[in-house]
Design a protein around this ligand. Structure first.
Ligand code: ZN
Length: 275
């Protein structure tokens, strides 16, 4: 069987192992120009060319500005049209603290949802221990979903919430080696490779802490899908480590949810794959 790197170099879809990108965005970006930014067919077409089974997508300009319901609906409408390929995050914001719970419940009622995404840009400073955060984390914990933040914040506070909500999975959305050591100790903390742009940093991190706590992420469709898989495919590490980052770790998170089934993976021939 071809290696992951040989498949990528040949420009062929990756079919030998699950490929689940954990960090994408969908919707218009008024602050910059991204062509075809609301085109469903182009996004799914690019996923097909790479053999990307599934993308977990949050809103564009996530939490920075605009009405979160409008921005979430771009993503949830896309997921409704392609339910086995696009799995939405509900994007929330510290700019709208009184409306977050209502918006989360509205999104959860729309269909499968991997969890909540929050960011830090252009909003008041907040902590995972803040009062407005607790009902959000409680709802996610009840459903064993994922809380992803661009920056999970103070690590001591993160330890407190991981103990308070042991059923909830936390993920740092931006590659943060400082978080990795914590992820080693806490089974419900993961981090994303998104923007791991220093040469060899994904391989260096795997050699340092192993491959069980990282998930591939690309910022697709803001950036190209290659921005995620490239840094994993080219890493100088064993195939099994690449498989963990590309999809097997994501499968472990998905299998906590009530709605996931492996038949949803449309690009992978699953025989022989054992997470
Ligand atoms: Zn992002």
């Amino acid at each position: 069987m071809k290696t992951i790197l040989a498949t990528i170099k040949a420009g062929e879809p990756l079919a030998s192992t699950p490929f689940i990108d954990s960090h994408g965005h969908f919707g218009p970006w008024p602050s910059t120009h991204i062509p075809y930014t609301t085109d469903h067919g182009r996004v799914v077409g690019e996923m097909d060319r790479y053999g990307c089974d599934m993308l977990w997508m949050s809103a564009s300009e996530p939490g920075f500005r605009g009405d979160m319901a409008v921005k979430n609906d771009y993503v949830f409408n896309f997921a409704a049209a392609h339910p086995e390929r696009i799995v939405p995050y509900c994007t929330l914001s510290a700019n709208d603290q009184d409306r977050n719970v209502e918006e989360l419940r509205r999104c959860l009622d729309r269909g499968p949802c991997v969890g909540v995404k929050m960011h830090r840009y252009e909003q008041p400073h907040y902590s995972l221990l803040d009062t407005f955060m607790q009902p959000i984390l409680e709802i996610l914990s009840e459903r064993r979903l994922l809380y992803m933040n661009h920056d999970l914040g103070n690590l001591e506070e993160l330890v407190v919430v991981t103990e308070r909500y042991p059923e909830l999975t936390f993920m740092c959305g931006h590659f943060t080696p400082g978080l990795s050591d914590l992820a080693l100790k806490l089974p419900n903390v993961f981090h994303c490779t998104c923007a791991a742009i220093r040469p060899d940093c994904v391989a260096d991190e795997i050699k340092r802490i192993g491959s069980k706590s990282m998930l591939v992420g690309s910022d697709f469709s803001l950036f190209a899908l290659a921005f995620g898989i490239g840094m994993v495919a080219y890493a100088d590490v064993p195939e099994t480590d690449k498989q963990n980052l590309l999809g097997l770790n994501a499968l472990r998170i998905l299998e906590h949810t009530s709605w996931f089934d492996r038949s949803m993976l449309k690009c992978t021939h699953l025989s022989g794959v054992k997470p």
